[in-house]
Design a protein around this ligand. Structure first.
Ligand code: ATP
Length: 816
């Protein structure tokens, strides 16, 4: 019986192909013949252990024509994803039988007609994606009353009319709601303002009216876009006091006053184009997390009036449905920033070739440009040395890994659930108890999205261009460029990764829940019996390691003293957050300090050890490892992190790698230099020209670094204390003119009160306190005396700030 049911399903699929897949390259694998099993051989098809079709996923697969009624022949379907195709017509009524459906994603087609009434039968649905089509008319009455498990509703950019139903906004699991760019009217329900689950809400570009609900208690809301409506009245203080909210109320008829502090915290643009609203504009709006327009939209924030503008295109295949300020900024990487990155990237890639990349580059790669291009299937050499700057190398291993993860490469004789039985009978037992299809779906091999704002299918990853970034303790890392240009980093965990999917899922979800602006979030993962992949955003400015030790020519321009201080500060913030939450990083090092498009730090690789079968002896790399961890069996500790962080500080100050020639470690070398009064010689030569000496703040940082690398763990400060110190160190120009050269540069109108003997004669009323034989300046006061030569115009200055304002220029007019 099962066989004949499955044969019927196969016929339904063939019919679907005949009607919608004529132009689809993706469906070329849908061949019929003896021994060909549609469950394992047909792209986008995945079956239950019974042989019934479980998933049909063909996003951006070139489908066209009126959406086929034959799909109704797949009654056990759990996931139907046909987004970003060119399907027309209505959603076929035959789909009514798909009561096991959990995800229905049809965004980005040309589907039309009313939203079908039968959708209410899909009581297990957690994701409904109908955006960017031409659906029209109101929501069917009580449609959402039965869909109580919905988490994501994305129905933007249609022609839906009527009011937003209360039984949609009060779904207890609803996290992301987008109904933007429709013709919705009526007020915003108070239920929306009190939802405990909602994280992102986009109701922009509708015709919503009335005042906002007066009390806002949406504790998890991070994104609210109500721009370009006809909302009026005062903006409730409880809304404006929500922390962490990216807000857009532009293009409405709000009235009342917005204080400067509110304008600064949400950004002036959030309140634009409200003719009756008095906004005390923020003077430095750049500091405010103003909501920015999405890539494919007309800017609601910038819209001159609340006119309805439909976006002509949707975000392409990889769509971030709701965006944090950082995500948006990533999408909208400024042209200047991008150009800079591109030039730097090219330079970095070029440099990599000369700097030891010989083995990592194939002949073909060497002769080609460094343009990103698809290199799947070509064996183009091996992964780059992780301790070298990033190489652009082909990623031959990624595609099979992804395929294994998508289930289609799995042993056709076994379904993923059978693998699970073998690897984790308990988990399977729990699954079986709850019955069947839907509750067991989680255990299949597939990409699991952990970030609610990411919509990504494994097929898109399979199509992506990819490069090897390197290989570390846990396995290889690849960069994949999606069709819309978004870049992801995919870490392929090696064999020692957890064999039990259940445990793996639990651990990785824990890691994904650790969120801090300076930690690199895990966005998705993929587990299969043979592959475990961890997916994060690719950080376009690479790692601190490649910045510091890569292109030396670029280093001074990119890594100014102030930037180094900022990197140290942000890294300490990330570590302090981990320690505060009883976590230890265990692998603090420059390759794990990544920089996003705004040069903000995202520390990666935290907690990955918890995804391994057995703890590694130690993960920290040579040079960064605290002495007590080299010998003891203790794997990692907070004090060990502080030690590694101290090494990182030294690396920032000196520009040197943690392990030098003859295996001398950096901390020992610095200690020796300081002891032998050669402190000023430890600093990165690209910061220190021959005419400057380190300023007070630089020396303070050196002291701090040395405290962190104390031999005895109990003599090291806590990371919290390190952070406090870093916060009090205000980065100056970093380095002061060397008094030894002042006479030549500044004339003879200077004298030094405290004796320096450099063999030069000069005069200046400058108080200098010195360290070391060459007199690294510890503190420096200008007396009221004049200092000429164009350096100072303020004779009464008694502050050192003019000297700290920068390096002397060659023209001798650095300060005035
Ligand atoms: N999200 C990312 N964006 C950009 N580059 C990345 C990203 N993740 C890792 N990399 C780079 O890829 C390379 C390999 O990273 P990986 O974390 O595997 O190794 P590692 O940091 O050298 O060593 P370890 O595994 O011990 O941390 C490194 O150069 C790292 O900086």
């Amino acid at each position: 019986q099962a066989n004949s049911a499955n044969a019927i399903e196969e016929q339904a699929l063939q019919q679907f192909k005949a009607e919608n897949g004529i132009n689809s390259n993706a469906m070329r694998s849908w061949q019929v013949g003896p021994g060909v099993n549609h469950c394992t051989a047909w792209k986008g098809v995945n079956c239950w252990s019974t042989g019934s079709v479980r998933w049909l996923r063909l996003p951006a697969a070139g489908l066209s024509g009126v959406m086929s009624m034959a799909l109704g022949g797949l009654p056990r379907l759990s996931r139907l994803n046909l987004r970003d195709n060119a399907l027309t017509g209505a959603i076929p009524p035959s789909l009514v039988v798909m009561t096991s459906l959990k995800k229905l994603t049809l965004q980005g087609n040309q589907l039309s007609g009313p939203i079908p009434d039968f959708l209410r039968n899909f009581t297990n649905l957690d994701e409904l994606g109908l955006a960017n089509n031409m659906f029209q008319g109101p929501f069917p009455t009580n449609m959402f009353a039965t869909m109580r498990e919905l988490q994501i509703v994305d129905m933007g950019n249609n022609r839906i009319t009527g009011q937003i139903p209360d039984n949609l906004v009060d779904i207890p699991t609803l996290q992301s709601l987008s109904l933007r760019a429709n013709n919705l009217s009526g007020p915003i329900s108070p239920l929306l303002a009190s939802s405990p689950s909602l994280v992102t809400v986009d109701l922009s570009q509708n015709s919503l009216v009335g005042p906002l609900p007066s009390v806002w208690t949406v504790s998890n809301l991070t994104f609210l876009d109500l721009s370009s409506n006809f909302l009026q009245g005062e903006i409730p203080p409880s809304l404006l006091s929500l922390g962490n909210l990216t807000l857009n109320l532009a293009g409405n008829n709000f009235s009342g006053k917005i204080s400067q502090s509110v304008a600064c915290s949400f950004g002036n643009a959030a309140f634009k184009n409200n003719p009756f609203l008095v906004v005390d504009l923020c003077a430095s709006p750049s500091a405010a997390p103003a909501l920015m327009p999405r890539a494919s939209d007309d800017s609601a924030a910038a819209a001159p009036a609340p006119t309805k503008k439909k976006s002509s295109s949707s975000l392409s295949t990889l769509t971030i449905v709701a965006l944090t300020a950082g995500d948006i900024a990533l999408l909208l990487m400024s042209a200047a920033g991008f150009t800079f990155f591109y030039m730097w990237w090219k330079k970095r890639a070029k440099n990599a070739k000369f700097d030891g990349g010989k083995d990592a580059w194939s002949k073909e790669e060497k002769s080609s440009s460094s343009t990103l291009r698809s290199v799947y299937g070509k064996e183009l050499g091996q992964a780059a040395d992780p301790h070298r700057p990033t190489y652009l190398v082909a990623a031959p291993a990624l595609r099979p890994a992804l395929k294994a993860c998508s289930g289609s490469m799995a042993d056709p004789a076994k379904t993923s659930t059978e693998y699970l039985v073998a690897s984790d009978p308990d988990a399977m037992g729990a699954c079986a108890e709850k019955d069947s299809a839907v509750s067991c779906e989680e255990f299949g091999t597939d990409l699991v999205i952990l970030d609610k704002f990411l919509v990504l299918e494994i097929e898109e990853l399979l199509r992506a261009n990819a490069m090897v970034l390197g290989a570390g303790t846990f396995g290889g890392v690849y960069m994949a460029v999606m069709e819309d240009g978004h870049m992801l980093a995919i870490k392929r965990l090696e064999e020692q990764a957890l064999k039990n999917e259940h445990v793996f899922a639990r651990q990785i979800r824990k890691l994904a829940d650790v969120k801090h602006p300076n930690l690199l979030p895990i966005r998705a993962y993929c587990w299969s019996p043979t592959e475990r992949l961890v997916i994060c955003d690719y950080m376009p400015n690479g790692s601190l390691f490649s910045l510091l030790h890569g292109d030396k020519e670029q280093r001074p321009a990119i890594l100014s003293w102030a930037t180094r201080h900022k990197i140290a500060l942000e890294t300490a913030r990330a570590l302090a957050y981990l320690h505060d939450n009883d976590m230890v990083h265990g692998n603090v090092k420059a390759t794990n300090v990544l920089l996003d498009d705004k040069f903000e730090v995202r520390v990666g690789d935290f907690g990955l050890e918890s995804l391994l079968e057995a703890p590694l002896q130690h993960t920290s790399s040579a040079g960064y490892l605290a002495p007590e961890l080299m010998t003891s069996s203790r794997r990692k500790s907070a004090k060990g992190d502080v030690y590694s962080f101290g090494v990182l500080l030294l690396e920032l100050l000196t520009g040197l790698e943690p392990l030098g020639k003859n295996n001398m470690d950096l901390s020992t070398w610095v200690q020796e230099m300081v002891k032998s009064h050669r402190t000023e010689d430890v600093f990165d030569p690209s910061l220190v020209s021959s005419h400057v000496l380190p300023a007070q703040d630089v020396l303070e940082l050196l002291d701090l670094a040395q405290a962190c690398v104390a031999e005895q763990p109990n003599r090291r400060p806590t990371i919290e204390a390190v952070l406090r110190s870093l916060e009090t160190i205000v980065p100056s120009g970093g380095f002061l003119p060397d008094p030894a050269v002042l006479p030549q540069q500044m004339g003879h109108d200077l004298s030094v009160e405290h004796g320096y003997d450099y063999g030069h004669e000069y005069v200046a009323n400058i108080h200098m306190h010195t360290r070391g034989p060459r007199g690294a300046v510890d503190s420096l006061d200008l007396s009221p005396a004049h200092i000429h030569g164009g350096y100072y115009s303020d004779a009464s200055s008694s502050s050192i700030s003019p000297l700290q304002a920068g390096f002397p220029s060659s023209s001798g007019r650095a300060y005035d």
